[in-house]
Design a protein around this ligand. Structure first.
Ligand SMILES: Nc1nc2c(ncn2[C@@H]2O[C@H](COP(=O)(O)OP(=O)(O)OP(=O)(O)O)[C@@H](O)[C@H]2O)c(=O)[nH]1
Ligand SMILES: [Mg+2]
Ligand SMILES: [Zn+2]
Length: 353
């Protein structure tokens, strides 16, 4: 297999030997590498290291922002460039689809190194929500970091309290206090923005994600919007976008997420709740349900204050959620049953006419 010549610009997008060998394993000399920066209206914007192009994906090829793809002539008549293949993802951040039911989990972004979870001081991200975000982030394979945003909007004492509360659930995850308005803490975010490194911003609508991207980029590249009176955001950002910063580093801005659900959290839950997991190892029975059994170490920790009840309940809830594979199976069953029911109804209607 001939080596793929590397455009210097590709390295700035995160291209490395691993991606090069993944591409060469496709054994198609007509394919050139590109990174997906945006997916909308059935088209993708890809960055080739030299230019930005709008291309469509071949039928059946599912593309997400952050993906490395092989672009080539494909099967289309006229030889228009198309996304022919997605290189195997190193890391995938998924969320539950908006419409519950048969829809598979949506890919929010792929190949992220660091997830910056933005939690605005004037916003309503509960600690329980934060735990979910953290579990999702760990599960994706990326390293989560919490940014408490809009520090200028609250008195210093409130900021200190918020940091304490977040640190209590974030378990060793770095927590930074930032303000795009005053510039506080921005220098703490800069070290995550190294060339070739991909950082995704996640959080509720109105948390200040796009404002922060603009500040870090040094120009207004993204639209931002005021938060409504009731404190809820406006969903100003409507699509995910990968931005290459002038100083190096890649940022993925995402629309605010509300009905976020942990999809098959598995290891993610264990990492987020390792303190609870460690305590639970001391339960008398290995299959302890922690719901009043004799010798339950968690019951003891709850009563002497070592474990906070909200955190315990959050852990129980997340543990009870089925892994994505089971969810997928359950959903497929439901969809299949619905399809069969609809077919029977259609048959009956046809028989009546
Ligand atoms: N006081 C204060 N306001 C901020 C700060 N950062 C952002 N804002 C304001 O908060 C509002 C929402 O900011 P955005 O950057 O659009 O929020 P977002 O997280 O991108 O929101 P979505 O795109 O809807 O997910 C805007 O009115 C911003 O001006 C900050 O550090 N301090
Ligand atoms: Mg935004
Ligand atoms: Zn127990």
């Amino acid at each position: 297999m001939s080596p793929i010549p590397t455009v210097p610009g590709l390295l700035a997008l995160g291209w490395d030997d691993g991606w090069a060998s993944a591409l060469s394993e496709l054994c198609d000399p007509n394919l050139s590498p590109a990174r997906v920066s945006r997916v909308d209206r059935g088209m993708c914007t890809v960055m080739t290291g030299m230019a930005e192009e709008r291309v469509a994906a071949e039928r059946g090829v599912e593309v997400a922002v952050g993906d490395w793809v092989g672009v080539g002539p494909g099967s289309a008549a006229g030889g228009k460039a198309r996304i022919v293949a997605v290189l195997p993802r190193r890391c995938v951040f998924r969320r539950e689809a908006k419409t519950r039911g048969a829809a598979p989990p949506q890919i929010v972004a792929a190949n992220i190194d660091t997830v910056l979870l933005c939690d605005a001081l004037d916003g309503g991200l509960s600690l329980r929500h934060l735990e979910r975000f953290l579990a999702l982030a760990w599960q994706s394979g990326a390293t989560p970091v919490v940014l408490i945003t809009k520090s200028d909007a609250a008195p210093a004492a409130v900021v200190v309290k918020a940091v304490e509360a977040v640190e209590a659930v974030a378990n060793g995850v770095s927590v930074h206090v930032v303000s795009s308005t005053s510039g506080e803490g921005i220098e703490e975010v800069a070290p995550y923005l190294v060339p070739g490194h991909t950082v995704a911003l996640l959080g509720l609508s109105g948390a200040g994600k796009s404002t922060l991207v603009n500040l870090l980029a040094g120009e207004e590249i993204l639209a931002t919007g005021a938060v409504r009176e009731d404190g809820s955001g406006r969903h100003t950002t409507t699509h995910r976008e990968l931005v290459l910063l002038p100083g190096g580093g890649l940022l993925i801005d995402t629309p605010g997420m509300r009905a976020l659900s942990v999809v098959g959290a598995g290891d993610g839950v264990e990492q987020t709740f390792w303190d609870v997991e460690v305590l639970a190892r001391n339960c008398k029975y290995t299959n302890c349900s922690h719901k009043g059994e004799q010798g339950c170490a968690l019951a003891a920790a709850l009563s002497d204050g070592r474990l906070e009840r909200g955190r315990f309940e959050s852990w129980l809830r997340l543990k009870a959620e089925p892994a994505s594979s089971e969810l997928d199976v359950a959903r497929r069953d439901i969809a299949e049953r619905k399809r069969r029911k609809a077919a029977i109804h259609a048959d009956r209607r046809a028989a009546r006419t």
